[in-house]
Structure formats: C-alpha cells, structure tokens
Write a protein that binds this ligand. Structure first.
Ligand SMILES: Nc1nc2c(ncn2[C@@H]2O[C@H](COP(=O)(O)OP(=O)(O)OP(=O)(O)O)[C@@H](O)[C@H]2O)c(=O)[nH]1
Ligand SMILES: [Mg+2]
Length: 296
C-alpha cells in the first residue's frame, strides 16, 4: 500500500470457549465473529482486520480444538488445520478460568518449532484470583518457543493495549492485503446469517445448536430499509418445533434479537423473515456446507 508498510497474519487458536472470537472482536473494535457460551461456535476461519498506523494486522479466528467425531466436526477440524498453517504469528489463547486446559497443554507439548512465531494469551483474568495466574504464566514461559505471555481480559479490555503494541511491533514488512476500511472478509449475507445463528446458539441447548445452520436466502437493500429472508436449516423434523417454540414464541424472540443487531450493523430499518427447513444429513453435503458458509 505504502512504503514502510507492514502486514501480519495472526492466527488465533485455542480450546473451544477460550474467548478467541471475543478477543478478535475487541481488538478489531467491531463484532467480526459471533460469540456464545457454547463450544464450537466458530465453524470456519474468519478474518478480522485492524490497521495500527502503517501496520495491517489480519487476524484469523479459528474453530477451537475439537474432536473430529461427527461429520460437522470433521469439517470444522479440517478448517482449523487449514487456517493454522502459514501465519506470521500464532496466538494460543488459554482460558484462565478453565480447570484443565488439557487440549491446549497437549497442543503446546506437541508443538514443533517452525517458522511461525508463537505467543500465549491467558484470557479471562477478570474471572479468576490473581494467585492462580502466576503459576499458569510460569508454566507457559518454560517452553522456549513461546515468545511472550500476555494476561488479558478480552471481555473488559485489560491487557489488550500491550498485546496490540506487541503485534504491531513484531509485524513483518509487507503490503497491505485489505483496503483501509475493510474489517472482515465475510460477505454481508454470511454476516447476517451469523447474527441469527448467534441468537440461536444462545437460546438453544443440547445437540440443537450443532444441528443447524442459517442461510440468508434473500437480501434486498433499499435507501431506507433492508429486507432479509433467512432459512434456519435443521436435520430432523422434531427439531423444527423446538425452534418455533410454543405459539411461535422461540422464533419470535430470535427474530427480535437478530433484527436489533442487524439494525445496529446496517443503520437501517430491517424487515427480517425467518423460516425453518429440514434437510437431513446436511453436514455431509458440500452444497449445504457452502450455503452455511462453513466452507467456500
Ligand atoms: N469472564 C470472561 N468471559 C469471557 C472472556 N472472553 C470471552 N469470554 C466468554 O467466554 C465465552 C466464549 O467466548 P468465545 O469468544 O465465543 O470463545 P471462542 O474461543 O471463540 O469459542 P469457539 O468459537 O466455540 O471455539 C463467551 O461466553 C464469552 O463471553 C473474558 O475475558 N472474561
Ligand atoms: Mg469462536
């Protein structure tokens, strides 16, 4: 873009629920990636872009470490592996409030030295006593390939400024890959689908969040309003009733919450229509994984 410009790809990895998406949203200053209190919220690598002076940082939000059991998990896991390659910097997010961090520790134990720089971010420090943090930080620092250990709260912003400065200062020289004002690589259709999926994730339990995807089937933008029509796709007919809820109450609540957030994003009146479709075995079909935005 300009001479002296720098550009860095920073891949953010960690256990499910560690706060990877929350962290990226905080640094980018916009909601790039949806957040929920359930594991496997992020299903595909999502890029969040922030420009710090002459430096462009391209964050890659990744799905958390997961077992590759169900067909959907297999796709999520291969998305994780693909996004982990070829980063200038890798940040491993550790949940300070988690009892074991078993998968993160096993990942770090098996980490081979490679070209990519590697740092650790201990997150959720707002949720634990200080006394528990130091032993965790000490443990991380004993790995010689770990460059830095940061202690942050992605929720309230503690420690974020230091992390930003570090990422800016360690970025390699290079041309910017994105325009000055671009904050993500997601299309508007997928962004809108993700907003609704987040509301569903936060309201539903058990296997249902993992049985659904949202597809924006229609998007029409006018000067004063935007019309959005979305399908919530589930695997089984019995799941349809749960999403609709008694007297349609569940889907109405989801529509209201999603409409509110879409309005904040587009600064326009939103006319959102939601309906539920059943597509058996959708996680096994490429076409549906593409409709879901899980693969390109
Ligand atoms: N107390 C506290 N909670 C946090 C913090 N960061 C994230 N959380 C919460 O942790 C939960 C998971 O956050 P996400 O950002 O969705 O986690 P993730 O690592 O992206 O999860 P997956 O996409 O499922 O792998 C949410 O309920 C967040 O609000 C933090 O710094 N402090
Ligand atoms: Mg996430």
């Amino acid at each position: 873009m300009t001479t002296n410009s720098k550009c860095s790809f920073v891949t953010v990895i960690g256990e499910p629920n560690a706060g990877k998406s929350t962290l990226i949203n905080k640094i980018v200053g916009e909601k790039i990636s949806i957040v929920s209190n359930k594991v496997q919220t992020t299903r595909r690598p999502v890029r969040g872009i922030v420009n710090l002076g002459m430096t462009q940082i391209v964050f890659v939000d990744t799905p958390g470490f997961c077992r590759a059991g169900t067909p959907l998990e297999k796709v999520i896991f291969s998305n994780f592996k693909a996004s982990y390659k070829s980063a200038d910097m890798t940040l491993l997010v550790i949940d300070a409030a988690s009892k074991t961090n078993r998968q993160a520790l096993s990942f770090i134990e098996n980490q081979k030295r490679d070209e990519s720089k590697f740092s650790v971010v201990i997150n959720k420090i707002d949720a634990v006593k200080k006394a528990t943090l130091l032993p965790l930080a000490d443990k991380m620092m004993k790995y010689d390939f770990v460059g830095q250990v940061f202690m942050i709260s992605a929720l309230n912003g503690d420690g974020i400024e230091e992390l930003k400065i570090f990422l800016r200062d360690s970025a390699p020289d290079g041309h910017w890959l994105y325009e000055q004002n671009q904050s993500t690589d997601l299309s508007l259709k997928i962004k809108l689908s993700e907003i609704t999926r987040e509301k569903l994730f936060n309201k539903l339990d058990k296997e249902l969040p993992y049985s659904l995807y949202v597809e924006t089937e229609l998007l029409r933008e006018f000067d004063t309003k935007t019309e959005v029509c979305q399908a919530i796709v589930v695997i089984k007919n019995s799941q349809k009733g749960i999403i609709l809820g008694k007297n349609g109450r569940m889907i109405k609540g989801i529509r209201e919450e999603a409409t509110f957030e879409m309005k904040k994003l587009l600064h326009k009146k939103i006319e959102l229509k939601l309906f539920v479709k059943v597509r058996e075995k959708w996680p096994e079909k490429k076409e549906h994984l593409q409709n879901a935005g899980i693969i390109d």
